[in-house]
Design a protein around this ligand. Structure first.
Ligand SMILES: [Zn+2]
Length: 374
């Protein structure tokens, strides 16, 4: 099957410049770019003379589950959002998950994205059936996707210092009784997804490994994720130092930064992508393993600046050259900004950046005992 896109402004050449050209597509490949291209009789022609023709964009970080929860968040920090996970994402059917993923995939296509890196999460747990529904949604819409089950084996409420201390006794008891997901079960779920779906839909579906937030991953789980990535040659994606709470908690609990901890467990490497990467510090890339991984050009960050502003997690460093929401990869160097320089809210924001102290009156949406995702 062929397609001729006629007369658009095509971005091409070195240095890149807009040039009026035709684009001939044959099968799933661009066969030719240039003026006055001929095509076989019967080839469909699109008149692009009033348009710019550009390659499909890649959304470097998204969540299939989020699209049915739009408009439900208040003036929240990231930790507020995670506290409300059960209310926003909880107890859906596979059909719900299909619909949510399809809405997101269709919207991406309509705004120029042809590929996405999706950390799919569910509450209380991702099931094989729900994961299959999300794969089917992306396949039906036709978007290319790297889809990763975003999971955790540490309960979120245990990762915010002082949170449970401020809860009323009955609610504290409920939270303290929540059980984390079994580590081996999460690794098994991820491995099944890789074995069943990686390379599916003629290669448009690939599977990744996603310890969703490093502070919600035990050392054993991080080791298991790294082993899976090595064994199957797939990528690893995580929310990297998205909030100050996460950065502070990592140093408090493990005595090291999040990046240093990931490096110790072999998570950083050519297939690693860190989402957000806001609360990084000068000393993080100086750990030997991290230095190797990052200096080798393997550091990939999906900045998601708008999310940082939305949750008041902090702006990306003003000096950072890349602050884009969607990008296949960023070549920005390790930030030189220190914690203190990132405590201000973004311009125009009336909210307080998330900090080490928990909110004065925390709200907890108590789901069932097992909170698997995030
Ligand atoms: Zn995310």
């Amino acid at each position: 099957m062929a397609l001729l896109i006629r007369g658009g402004q095509v971005l091409a050449g070195t240095p890149a410049a807009l040039t009026r050209s035709d684009v001939l597509v044959e099968g799933d490949r661009i066969a030719a770019v240039g003026p006055g291209l001929a095509a076989r009789e019967g080839t469909p022609v699109i008149d692009a003379s009033a348009h710019i023709v550009l390659p499909g964009l890649g959304n470097a970080h998204t969540h299939a589950a989020s699209h049915l929860a739009r408009g439900r968040a208040g003036n929240w920090t990231l930790e507020d959002l995670l506290t409300h996970s059960a209310a926003n994402y909880g107890f859906r059917t596979p059909e719900d998950e299909y619909l949510s993923a399809a809405i997101g995939a269709i919207e991406m296509l309509k705004t120029g994205c042809t590929s996405a890196y999706d950390l799919y999460m569910a509450v209380p747990a991702i099931t094989d059936e729900a994961f299959e529904a999300v794969v089917r949604a992306y396949t039906d819409v036709g978007l290319r996707v790297v889809l990763a089950p975003a999971v955790a084996d540490v309960v979120f409420y245990q990762t915010v210092p002082g949170l449970t201390d401020q809860l009323p006794a009955d609610l504290r008891r409920t939270v303290e009784e929540m059980q984390p997901a079994p580590t081996k079960g999460l690794l098994g779920l991820t491995e099944r997804a890789i074995r069943r779906w990686h390379g599916g839909a003629d290669g448009r579906v690939r599977i990744g490994v996603a310890p969703t937030i490093p502070n919600q991953a035990t050392d054993e789980f991080l080791d298991g994720c790294a082993a899976l990535a090595r064994e199957y040659g797939v990528g690893i994606h995580t929310h990297l130092a998205e909030s100050k709470v996460q950065a502070v908690e990592s140093r408090r609990r493990w005595g090291k930064s999040i990046v240093a901890r990931l490096a110790d467990h072999g998570i950083l490497g050519p297939g690693f992508v860190g989402a957000h990467s806001i609360w990084l510090t000068d000393d993080e890339p100086t750990t030997p393993v991290a230095t190797c991984a990052w200096a080798a050009g393997s550091r990939r960050c999906a900045r998601c600046s708008i999310a940082g502003w939305r949750w008041a997690s902090g702006p990306t460093a003003p000096s950072a050259p890349t602050t884009r929401t969607s990008s296949r990869r960023s070549a920005s160097p390790p930030s030189s900004a220190r914690f203190a320089s990132r405590t201000r809210p973004p311009a125009g924001s009336t909210r307080t950046p998330s900090g080490a102290s928990p909110p004065a009156a925390p709200r907890v949406c108590s789901g069932r005992r097992a909170i698997w995702a995030r």
